[in-house]
Design a protein around this ligand. Structure first.
Ligand SMILES: [Mg+2]
Length: 346
């Protein structure tokens, strides 16, 4: 068998500028990877690089020739384990670049098997958890409007970005405009440990589900301090990047927030899910701002999760791919009428 590969950068405009405690973005630069077999079947994947983890579209483009060289050399896309191991040996960092290749390969092998990816894996679509929809930091009036829009669109799990000097005002406003919603918050490392405990006490009055990454990932003892004292469950995101982080956070958080773009691929994500459960953690799968060419694959892991935050493509103004349907935030794997990840278009 022989495989042909190529890649292309895509610039994706966001519906609204997206602000978290660290900064603002208005477009997402993704890199789409295509792997074609000698029967003309094409698998697609994409990298959504994050500067926070040291990657940009340019660093992805710089390493993809070496990574795709591995794929062409192995030649058999069904050798997923061997290929992903060799991708890691070839480029140890650059997880988003490796992830793009992993997703494209999984799309290809599921298409060659003529099954949607979740069925290739043997997962139960009825077990899929709904995705949250993220409300980025903005003026309080704009956050109220965004909340109203989200409720109108039927999203009943909202993730609200905090880490400002008006966090309580933000959460009380969102709660006022979404009285029936499940609300989780994400501080993206913005608080000090003592500030976090104090703020979580206040914010908990608005009936929140959990708090994500209250303190710096560089402060594991601070995370431990918060988790011991906080009245809400704590999720670790920036503190939980690759598999060896799972045992490190196991007694410092309640929920591990995994992302394909942090861990470098679908097989690694599944290993992390099982490892997290073995350490007594609940499991959340999050995302970057991503084209459906990437996030469609993550959606197929939804039956293995406790919480999903897979709205990366829902936040785009327009996308070059369509993916797994997510009407009102419900990840509708059973409604997928095509094999592979479901990414279609491009
Ligand atoms: Mg987060």
């Amino acid at each position: 068998m022989s495989l042909e590969t190529d890649f292309e950068r895509v610039s994706l405009p966001l519906e609204n500028a997206f602000t978290i405690s660290r900064g603002t973005q208005e477009t997402a630069e993704n890199v789409v990877v295509r792997i074609e077999d000698d029967e003309g079947t094409v698998g697609v994947g994409a990298a959504a690089p994050s500067e926070h983890y040291g990657e940009t579209a340019a660093t992805v483009e710089a390493v993809l020739p070496d990574l795709l060289g591995v794929v062409e050399q192995v030649g058999d896309p069904h050798q997923l384990d061997r290929i992903e191991r060799r991708l890691r040996e070839t480029v140890e960092r650059n997880p988003a670049a490796r992830c793009a290749v992993s997703v494209a390969l999984h799309d290809l092998v599921a298409k060659r098997t003529d099954l949607p990816l979740y069925r290739y894996w043997g997962l139960d679509p009825e077990e899929a958890v709904p995705t949250s929809y993220t409300i980025g930091i903005d003026s309080t009036e704009r956050m109220a409007e965004k909340t109203e829009t989200a409720v109108e669109r039927g999203y009943d799990v909202l993730k609200v970005k905090v880490g400002t000097d008006r966090d309580e005002e933000i959460i009380s406003t969102v709660r006022e405009h979404a009285p029936g919603a499940t609300i989780r918050v994400d501080a993206n490392e913005a608080w000090s440990p003592r500030e976090a405990v104090r703020k979580i006490d206040r914010l908990a009055e608005y009936d929140l589900e959990f708090v994500e990454q209250p303190v710096s990932a560089d402060d594991p003892e601070g995370l431990n301090f918060v988790r011991d004292r906080a009245v809400l469950p704590i999720a670790a995101d920036e503190s939980c990047v690759t598999l060896p982080d799972i045992p490190r956070i196991a007694d410092k958080a309640d929920i591990a927030n995994l992302k394909l773009m942090k861990c470098g691929g679908l097989r690694e994500a599944k290993r992390m899910i099982h490892t997290a459960r073995a350490h007594g953690l609940e499991v959340m799968l999050g995302c970057m701002i991503e084209t459906n060419a990437a996030i469609a694959a993550a959606a197929h892991l939804a039956p293995m999760l406790d919480y999903a935050d897979l709205d990366g493509a829902l936040l785009l103004e327009s996308d070059v791919y369509e993916g797994v349907p997510m009407p009102e935030g419900d990840i509708d794997l059973a409604g997928l009428d095509r094999p592979g990840t479901g990414a279609r278009g491009g």
